[in-house]
Design a protein around this ligand. Structure first.
Ligand code: M6R
Length: 369
């Protein structure tokens, strides 16, 4: 049932192009507009939403962080994102114009379930983004958008994450479409680009051999740091989480701009630092700033592992290892930049002799608070 792969995780990483395509299936009309009939929340209610709150745990929380960028940019509705386990304990402010999005692969995560119950008690509408048909979280929500990634068996989430991202983009774009924001043209072009995501993920998967070799060479590294800006920040957090849970290594993700406020003190000779570089097109200021961050850490001895778009030549002089990803609109980059980090963690853990499908101390679904 592992389909010829040694581990479910490898199989699930490889399934990502299809999983992403399945999440999109039937949701983009021939006219290029989105149809999310299953949403069951009337457009009129969506037009009146004045705040979005995303709650989730672990990897799904990282998808939520990315959703915030997309929702605020395309809809101009303020969006908060919070780990579900913290949410209800701070007495969050919500009412019937609040849309709460609960993201969960399993649909059984107790922290997320308790957060959404709290939200509904306050009168908020809850939309679940979930991979498991008929599970508790969608059953207790006002509406559900299924990710259709197929069963995810490995404890470390991979294809569920990419499809959660796609579902979040669809919700953000749909809200933008329904509310008719000034980003109309950008929204239609992003919808088109999303359709190309499965091919781009496939392309990245085809270039992973050097990433595997690099991961094997780092099996004895004491720690790995991950840096990113904008949507690259949650990607960095996700890369670090994967390495923690699979390789049992000290791994940390930072917003690259925070480096100088403390973490740069961690940099020492030979420390591997993975940097997720935003596109040089679009918000190019972000790109230039991260190139300076790479220069700074390299000058202090870091071994730089740079994930950058094809054609981005500015990073070349400072990259000890360069991992290329296809060019995408800034907000969609996590769909391609996360893939090398999954492969990296899986290979590094395997090189250390760990059982990647069943990491120690972890369960696939956490049904206690
Ligand atoms: O089933 P859920 O998406 O609600 O699970 C949330 C987290 O427990 C989960 O993403 C966890 O962080 C994964 N093991 C990460 O790989």
């Amino acid at each position: 049932e592992k389909g010829g792969y040694d581990y479910f995780m490898l199989k699930e990483i490889a399934e990502q192009p299809k999983a992403v395509a399945d999440t999109l299936l039937g949701r983009i009309g021939t006219d290029g507009r989105l149809t999310l009939d299953e949403l069951r929340i009337p457009d009129q209610v969506l037009r009146e939403v004045d705040k979005v709150v995303v709650v989730a745990c672990g990897t799904a929380f990282h998808a939520g962080m990315i959703a915030k960028y997309a929702i605020e940019h395309w809809t101009r509705i303020p969006c908060e994102v919070e780990v579900a386990s913290e949410f209800r304990y701070r007495d969050p402010i919500m009412d019937d114009r609040t849309l709460v999005i609960a993201i969960s692969q399993s649909g059984e995560t107790m922290d997320t379930l308790m957060a959404l119950r709290h939200a509904r008690e306050q009168g908020a509408k809850v939309l679940a983004i979930c991979n498991t048909n008929g599970s508790t979280i969608p059953r207790e929500s006002d509406a559900v958008l299924y990710t259709h990634a197929g069963p995810e068996v490995a404890v470390a989430s991979t294809k569920a994450f990419l499809t959660q991202l796609v579902a979040c983009y669809l919700v953000a774009l749909y809200l933008g479409q329904v509310r008719g924001t000034k980003w109309g043209d950008e929204i239609s072009s992003v919808i088109r680009e999303l359709g190309d995501a499965p091919r781009q993920v496939e392309q990245v998967l085809g270039t992973m051999e050097p990433v595997r070799a690099l991961a094997r060479s780092l099996a004895d590294a004491p720690a790995v740091l991950f840096l990113g800006r904008h949507v690259g920040h949650p990607v960095a957090l996700e890369g670090a989480l994967k390495l923690k849970e699979l390789a049992y290594m000290h791994a940390e993700g930072f917003a690259a701009g925070e480096l100088k406020h403390g973490p740069i003190a961690l940099i020492e000779e030979g420390l591997p630092v993975v940097v997720v570089v935003p596109s040089p097109r679009g918000r190019s200021i972000l790109h230039d700033k991260i190139v300076s961050n790479i220069q700074e850490i390299r000058a202090r001895g870091a071994r730089t592992i740079v994930i950058a778009e094809e054609g981005d030549e500015a990073v070349v002089p400072y990259a000890d290892h360069l991992i290329r990803i296809p060019a995408t609109p800034t907000l969609l980059q996590p769909l391609v930049s996360t893939v090398p980090l999954q492969v990296f963690a899986c290979e590094l853990a395997t090189a250390k002799g760990h059982e990647v499908d069943q990491p120690r101390n972890l369960a696939k679904s956490v049904t206690v608070e």
